[in-house]
Design a protein around this ligand. Structure first.
Ligand SMILES: [Zn+2]
Length: 59
């Protein structure tokens, strides 16, 4: 039996969701903020989804 683990925190979880990680760069005095969506989807647990910026992969 193979338990699936969250690809972000490594905790085994039955309710993993396919998401794309989003890197958020906050704006500062000389640069505007930006967001970069990582193309490669990852399986994340609900806890990581609520704590880190990500987009749910919808297919
Ligand atoms: Zn996680």
């Amino acid at each position: 039996m193979t338990a699936r683990v969250c690809e972000n925190c490594g905790i085994p979880d039955d309710e993993l969701v396919l998401v794309r990680r989003v890197y958020v760069v906050p704006p500062s005095w000389d640069t505007p903020g930006s967001q970069t969506v990582i193309a490669e989807p990852e399986l994340w647990c609900i806890s990581c989804m609520s704590q880190y910026p990500c987009e749910i992969v919808d297919d």
